[in-house]
Design a protein around this ligand. Sequence first.
Ligand code: NDP
Ligand code: GDP
Length: 324
Amino acid sequence: MTKRVLVSGITGQDGGYLAEYLLEQGYEVIGMVRRTSTINFERIQHIQDKICIVQGDLLDQVSLIDILREHRPDEVYNLAAQSFVPTSFKQPVLTGEFTALGVTRMLEAIRIVNPQIRFYQASSSEMFGKVQQVPQTEKTPFYPRSPYGVAKLYGHWITVNYRESYNMFTVSGILFNHESPRRGLEFVTHKVTYHAAKIALGLADKLPLGNLDSQRDWGWAPDYVRAMHLMLQQDHPEDYVIATGRTHSVRRLCEVAFGCVDLDWQRYVYVNPNDLRPADVDLLIGDASKARKVLGWEPSVTFEEMIERMVQADLAALKKAHHL
Ligand code: NDP
Ligand code: GDP
């Protein structure tokens, strides 16, 4: 029997990669999208005819129940969220509705319709925030530093709670930052690679950034969606940290990205106070030993290779758009 999965957030960076991966594994993929006046399927255009698109919203409990009743998935990957930290400071209540309570709505829908469905929650290293331990593991205490981090922490604990209360197969993947050419342009990696490409082509001459000192453990997004799938194939539901174990500063990111186009980043980058956050996460570095041991998961792309791929993809897209 073909296994069926429901992916919320399928139009996002991870949704597209996960859908591709699951199709390759022989799954039938149902992608949940919210209604918008213009279609935003860029990241799934190439596989759109292979996916069953259904309308639903994490704010709307009935829509989730209806989707599960009609499509009867075996696994649900809850990737939908308001995922950008600065927006969470501007819209903290909405972020809580999507990113925190949305998880409970999905879990309730599963509990009501079919508690045998396996559930993956997209948790985040932002939950570690002001880190209490270096590197961070599944056992590191949490200390979120933004409304986004706080909302994700709620999503994490409610996932654990449904596992313990109702004996459901629910797992929380604590994923560190992961990037790709499909990453939203407002995130720092893509902002930097895109501007490096633009400046190299003579289409821009400055790049405003915020905190250059903050450090992140950046991995390659397609590697991370493999880990999500692996977590749901185990005998027991458990939570896992997914990370590369290497960290780099935003300053180093600039050096690598501009280096790909033979430019000196220091000539173009300046600090814009508007890009600073009310509170930031200074350092993230994950220890994915458990995932390596239990899941057999390994990252396959280095930070430098990933940034090179992103710069090359941005160069190609900009040349095409500007007929260069
Ligand atoms: P994106 O921001 O690219 O995608 C978010 C997705 O959620 C989009 O498809 C968006 O739809 C959808 N969405 C938002 N609100 C709702 C809603 N109310 N109802 C239904 N769908 C909604 O995120 P990523 O792909 O990068 O990340 C996937 C998940 O993993 C997110 O939960 C994120 O917080 C989490 N995460 C990501 C990390 C990363 O480094 N990428 C690290 C750790 C966790 P639309 O297109 O309509 O906006
Ligand atoms: P996050 O870890 O989910 O917040 O991912 P981001 O890519 O948005 O930010 C990573 C880090 O880069 C944070 O510490 C930011 O403060 C820092 N940063 C510095 N300048 C910028 C910027 O211009 N945009 C963004 N998004 N982040 C920036």
